[in-house]
Design a binder for this molecule. Structure first.
Ligand SMILES: CSC[C@@H](O)[C@@H](O)C(=O)COP(=O)(O)O
Ligand SMILES: [Zn+2]
Length: 217
């Protein structure tokens, strides 16, 4: 399956009863689109789709996420363990577990390494404020460009359980997902197309903010 001309033409699978085959097709298509948009250099990024209340589908660790096949998507439990022995899920699976556990409405999670997120996050303390842009309205509950949307920035950490512990206290208040410093973004949504809209919106706004800062120097 290729991503349709418009991601908004994707079906709205909002329930938690996605089949593994459908989830894998969505993940492959989303990976291709994120790659086309420049969010998945080398082997960066990971993508997942909830299957049920206690299982989700996620990309295998390693490999280029823009060239996924359905065999590159595997099933894991909410504890992050692969259902099939020998399958090696993403090194950042625990961050997906955390979001699915904390956000019952999350059905799809996308992680990318864009240039804008990677660079901008190295020049802020703990928050990127998005303000003054029409595209802010892509985020749930946002109705005006005049609002200030706060995107938390967490220090990068190769110890993923420790990184997850740092993310935890702020998970309740993340209208636009979060950023890991010098690394990339995590976004989620009630279906794959909403997660992708959030990804594109956040990345566009991070790129705008980075450009704005460069012009102001
Ligand atoms: C190019 S290294 C990137 C990885 O360290 C990691 O951050 C990443 O996004 C992909 O890891 P993966 O284990 O393939 O899901
Ligand atoms: Zn990463």
């Amino acid at each position: 399956m290729d991503w349709p001309e418009s991601p908004f033409a994707l079906p709205d699978h909002a329930s938690g009863s996605e089949t593994m085959a459908d989830a894998a097709r969505e993940i492959v298509a989303a990976g291709r689109r994120m790659d086309r948009l420049g969010f998945l250099p080398a082997t960066a990024g990971n993508l997942s789709r909830r299957l049920s209340s206690d299982r989700f589908a996620i990309t295998r660790s390693g490999g280029h996420k823009g060239f996924l096949t359905e065999a590159d998507v595997i099933e894991v439990g909410l504890d992050g363990q692969a259902v099939r022995a020998g399958d090696r899920p993403s090194a950042e699976t625990l961050l997906h577990c955390q979001i699915y556990e904390h956000e019952p409405e999350a059905q799809a999670i996308l992680h990318g390494h864009s240039l804008a997120a990677t660079v901008l996050s190295r020049f802020v303390r703990d928050t990127i404020v998005l303000e003054g842009y029409e595209v802010q309205k892509v985020f749930a509950g946002q109705t005006t460009h005049t609002a200030a949307i706060r995107v938390p920035v967490f220090d990068n950490d190769q110890d993923i359980p420790r990184l997850a512990r740092n993310v935890a206290p702020l998970l309740n208040d993340m209208p636009a997902g979060y950023v890991i410093r010098g690394h990339g973004v995590y976004v989620w949504g009630p279906n794959m197309k909403s997660a992708m809209a959030r990804m594109e919106g956040l990345e566009f706004l991070l790129a705008c903010t980075l450009h704005e800062r460069s012009l102001a120097r």
